[in-house]
Design a binder for this molecule. Structure first.
Ligand code: PHE
Length: 343
């Protein structure tokens, strides 16, 4: 069998490669075909390599046809390549398409707990009157929680039922009043402080939890009178519950103040007419207060000529009245549906 001539060989190769090219469906297969058609091991390359064996008059012509086919193939391949790239790009785009009708994803903003908000609000109300904030420890020495506040050893407040004892003479503070004593022992008069924080009592029912929050106010200077206390509390009540709020003082007893009083505000629900919330009285109790007992001044080393007043209130109670919440436990369950309402 005689060897087919070069022309036939080249045109057969062209036909074969073009056919293969037309069935290539992706870039990877195209890359393989490119190597097969134009690479070092390709038929085209081997034809080119053997040109030297041809008679000289045929060589030029053979070289030209091989190069022509090479150019044709390169052009065809790059055409197919750009089409496949376009197709792949379009596929990628549609696969990554964003559905702009989907609902948005967002991060909810947190907010302060209602009790923390009330605390900040009270601090802001007293700031213009010159009060600054001080803190004391929650694990307290019996001396500051009781003795320094003129609570004698046989006072019912010392009863194990109310106080959490941690040791022979350390307790979880039962009120914020020990901070009064601590402050006076550290500072010379005049003193004007607020002390917010957690307090603990062994008590649990609908209106009592073993931990709750109080804020204490103390104003000590020469010439402080009961009328200053009353004026301060009226200002506070109006800022806290509205300008139409009145206050009422009822005589009471605290061992660290003398005289002492409990303070009521106009009922937030019925504005004083009398309703279920105020049990028909038109008033709601909000705090305890009084003139600092001279025995306390003696305990902390202040001169006996010193005068002052103190008041203390429960923050949860104020929050309950202000936001008309009837269950104390809601503040401690931390149900976000409840908390979200106080933004
Ligand atoms: N410490 C008192 C209580 O917990 C409140 C109070 C504070 C009363 C300051 C008078 C003066 O009930």
């Amino acid at each position: 069998m005689s060897k087919p001539d070069l022309k036939t060989l080249i045109s057969e190769l062209e036909g074969k490669l073009k056919k293969e090219l037309s069935s290539v469906g992706n870039l990877k297969d195209l890359e393989e075909l490119k190597i097969k058609a134009l690479g070092k091991k390709s038929e085209l390359y081997s034809i080119l390599r053997n040109i030297g064996e041809l008679p000289p008059e045929e060589r030029k012509h053979a070289g030209e046809s091989v190069n022509k086919l090479k150019t044709i193939l390169e052009e065809e391949i790059s055409k197919v390549e750009s089409e496949l790239k376009k197709k792949a790009g379009a596929e990628k785009l549609s696969a990554e398409a964003v559905d702009i009708t989907m609902p948005g994803d967002y991060i909810r903003k947190g907010s302060l707990h209602p009790v923390a908000q009330i605390m900040e609000e009270i601090v802001e109300i007293f700031k213009p009157l010159g009060y600054s904030v001080v803190h004391g420890p929650e694990i307290e020495h019996e001396f500051f929680n009781f003795d320094a506040l003129n609570i004698p050893g046989d006072h019912p407040a010392r009863d194990m039922q109310d106080t959490f004892y941690l040791g022979k003479d350390t307790v979880l503070r039962t009120h914020t009043s020990p901070v009064q004593a601590r402050t006076m022992m550290q500072t010379k008069p005049p003193v004007r402080v607020l002390s917010p924080g957690k307090v603990y009592r062994s008590d649990y029912d609908v209106t009592h939890t073993p931990m709750f929050h109080q804020i204490e106010g103390l104003y000590v200077d020469e010439g402080i009178k009961f009328s200053h206390l009353k004026g301060t509390l009226l200002y506070f009540a109006k800022r806290m519950f509205g300008q139409d709020t009145s206050i009422r003082l009822r005589p009471s007893y605290f061992s660290f103040t003398e005289p002492s009083a409990e303070v009521d505000v106009t009922c937030v629900a019925c504005k004083g007419k009398g309703c279920r919330i105020c049990k028909g009285t038109g008033w709601l109790e909000i705090l305890g207060c009084g003139m600092v007992n001279p025995n306390v001044f003696k305990q902390v080393g202040y001169p006996e000529t010193m005068t002052g007043f103190a008041f203390g209130m429960g923050l949860e109670r104020i929050a309950m009245l202000k936001y008309k919440i009837n269950d104390l436990r809601l503040f401690f369950e931390n149900d976000v549906r409840f908390l979200r309402q106080f933004k």
